[in-house]
Design a protein around this ligand. Structure first.
Ligand code: NIG
Ligand code: FE
Length: 404
């Protein structure tokens, strides 16, 4: 079934742009008063009404009233939104100046979310996840990566991954699951860090593969989480099993992004503490650098060096890191706009980071642009100039699901 939808004051198809490096707004293709022709939910072409209507007279016409700027739906390539409970106590302690260790000793930190998530049954966890997914969808985020990592046992991780799968059948958003069993060595595991990673490799990942629960594996490389050498060994083995690799890297200390590049990870995420040599490594690799401004805002810390990464030639994606601890807000557009202002990113760089460059981090070839053949997963902002979107720093909200 063919549909012809428009007119849109501007359409930004985000096609024909380089995957890596700095972008200027002048490089954006901006189609004025364009219409979108779709066939069974996929983009066929974009152009003026007269031509498309003449070439496809049987297409059903859907007229849009008012000024709208049309973009591909955003892709959030890093979230932890499958969790139960709250960590508001951590936040209150942190803004009083308490350290990570003090918060953890007072019963906060990742382990607190593990306890609260383990205690939730699958129905509750699915409901909580879907509420967050629907909020993201209403804010224009149509493809969402979701990590486990609050189970930290075979049973707990499988529960989270099964919940993510169940939720994916109940929403119009596309959910991409990632196994983050290596978030932290759980307090109830008796053994060393490398023994825990071996346990995951032998007891959990084969089931994740067999049940097709995820094809991505993540690890948190950091003082107090996992050491670089243990991580390298774990990730190489996970890769041999056929998993794509992504890494929580250089959040507080450098070291993780070098491991990510060495194993050929699809992305290295966080990077707030990356040094110039890490930036260079990332820029010379195929690993996508993912900035997580929501974590910088939640923790009151510096942003990832997004400007430097782009100038060095890296592929920069921007994701929310939405999680109960460091990034509870979860408003991706607002976060990207605010970081963009601080880091002096162009509109083109921010939109690329939220669309086709984020698709690259998830190895999705058919998302993040309005190229011919891509699913017509779009959002339209009520304005007449695409520059209004970031200018309003998240306060301009899109219409979604307007193309059949
Ligand atoms: O990406 N850095 C590690 N993990 C998360 C935080 C998760 C949590 O605090 O619950 C992050 O910021
Ligand atoms: Fe994270």
């Amino acid at each position: 079934m063919k549909n012809l939808t428009g007119p849109f004051t501007q359409i930004l198809p985000l096609t024909g742009l380089p995957l890596k490096g700095a972008l200027r707004d002048e490089q954006l293709q901006v189609i004025s008063n364009g219409w979108v022709l779709t066939n069974n939910g996929r983009v066929v072409t974009i152009g003026p009404f007269e031509r498309l209507h003449k070439d496809h007279p049987s297409a059903q016409i859907e007229k849009i009233e008012g000024d709208y700027v049309l973009l591909p739906g955003f892709i959030d390539c890093h979230t932890h939104i499958c969790f139960a409970g709250s960590r508001a106590k951590d936040y209150a302690m942190r803004i009083q100046g308490k350290s990570y260790l003090e918060i953890s000793k007072a019963g906060g930190g990742i382990w607190d979310s593990v306890i609260q998530t383990r205690a939730a049954d699958e129905t509750l966890l699915t409901d909580l996840l879907l509420q967050r997914v629907e909020r993201h969808l209403a804010e224009g985020v149509t493809t969402i990566e979701v990590k486990s990592g609050y189970g930290l046992s075979v049973e707990g991780e499988l529960k989270q991954l099964r919940v993510i799968k169940a939720a994916s059948y109940k929403t119009k958003a596309t959910l991409i699951p990632t196994c983050l069993a290596a978030h932290l060595k759980p307090k109830d595991f008796e053994g060393t860090q490398s023994e825990y990673l071996e346990y995951i490799l032998h007891e959990l990942l084969p089931i994740v593969k067999k049940e097709n629960l995820a094809n991505r594996v993540d690890i948190f490389i950091e003082d107090g989480a996992f050491k670089a050498d243990n991580a390298l060994n774990y990730l190489n083995k996970a890769k041999e099993m056929g998993f794509d690799i992504t890494v929580h890297a250089d959040q507080f200390n450098p070291g993780g992004s070098a491991v990510a590049v060495e194993v050929g990870a699809v992305s290295a995420d966080h990077l707030e503490a990356s040094k110039d040599k890490d930036i260079k490594l990332l820029a010379n690799s195929d690993t996508v650098a993912v900035a997580l401004p929501g974590a910088s805002l939640g923790l009151g810390m510096r942003y990832a060096p997004a400007r430097k990464l782009l100038n060095a030639g890296a592929c920069l994606a921007i994701a929310s890191d939405w999680n109960p601890g460091s990034a509870p807000m979860g408003d991706l557009l607002m976060q990207a706009a605010v970081m963009g202002a601080a880091e002096k990113l162009s509109n083109a760089e921010v939109f690329a980071g939220l669309t086709f460059r984020a698709a690259q981090a998830l190895q999705l070839t058919n998302r993040g642009t309005l190229a011919t053949g891509t699913p017509a997963v779009v959002q339209a902002y009520p304005c007449n100039d695409y520059r209004e979107i970031l200018y309003h720093q998240g306060k301009l909200r899109p219409l979604i699901n307007l193309i059949k």
